[in-house]
Design a protein around this ligand. Sequence first.
Ligand SMILES: C[S@@+](CC[C@H](N)C(=O)[O-])C[C@H]1O[C@@H](n2cnc3c(N)ncnc32)[C@H](O)[C@@H]1O
Length: 303
Amino acid sequence: MEKHKPVLLKEVLHFLDVGPGRRFIDSTAGGGGHTEAILERKAKVLGIDQDPAALEIVRKRLKVRLRTRPRRDKTRPNVFRVKLVQKNFTHLQEVASKEGFQKINGVLFDLGFASFQLDSGHGLSFSREEPLDMRLDPTLGVTASDLVNSLPEHELTKLFFEFGQEKQARAIARNIVRTRSLKPVETTTELASLVEEVYKRHPGNRIHPATRVFMALRMAVNTELENLEQALPQAVEVLKKGGRLVVISFHSGEDRIVKEFMRKAEKEGLLKILTKKPVMPKEEEIEGNPRARSAKLRAAEKI
Ligand SMILES: C[S@@+](CC[C@H](N)C(=O)[O-])C[C@H]1O[C@@H](n2cnc3c(N)ncnc32)[C@H](O)[C@@H]1O
């Protein structure tokens, strides 16, 4: 499996102001790219991720055991400076206090999902036939299939339109409701074909027609916007004065939450914004990592 390429890596290290002995929380550690680079600069990291499989990949990348107090081992140089915890970042403050990561130098959020999560049985990809699940944390109660088979038509329309900015939201919802009255929609490819059927009547799309519907469902299943709203104030709480908050988002709804949170906190005298406009990847980065295309980074410092 190809290593997940960390997005805006140089910029993350710059805005977090990473240096030897400093302490950071990587709230979305899965993939391990940013965590690895922070550790290479001799800093300490508490890595959190809700997806046990994603943390396993971090563990392998860094060759550490999860939540163990490692013994000295020269072949595993990062082992003393990283702790990995499987948890939703909505519990950030609780995890930080349990692991002794308070008054720290920085907190990073690199939102969304990692590239390998498309291939790891979550049902996130429309091009692989899998159960329509989409939960990044397997203990969450509601799957994408539950939503697709139970939400009323107008709520499906609203979901696809608001989270996916899907122009054919209404027609797609109608097609789903018609189909599920005969048989439940249970797999990724079944859902993708229902979207394709609508787009046959409305051609001219550049990306795969199911992209936005899949994104909207993933965001709803994992309550992504609500989680972010809950976690940002906790991140500010665990920072020391001068500590940095860095957030990379991939969706306009996420970016709006981050922007408004930072502006309000600046007005209240809690944060100083370091990025007047969001920082976006340069063309060279996008060429090597197309996933980076929609990334926006915002950073602030605790006052
Ligand atoms: C874009 S990936 C992180 C990639 C990583 N920064 C790297 O460079 O390798 C996002 C990760 O955040 C995790 N994630 C998303 N929402 C989360 C939440 N609410 N709590 C904990 N982890 C979350 C996902 O499971 C995924 O592993």
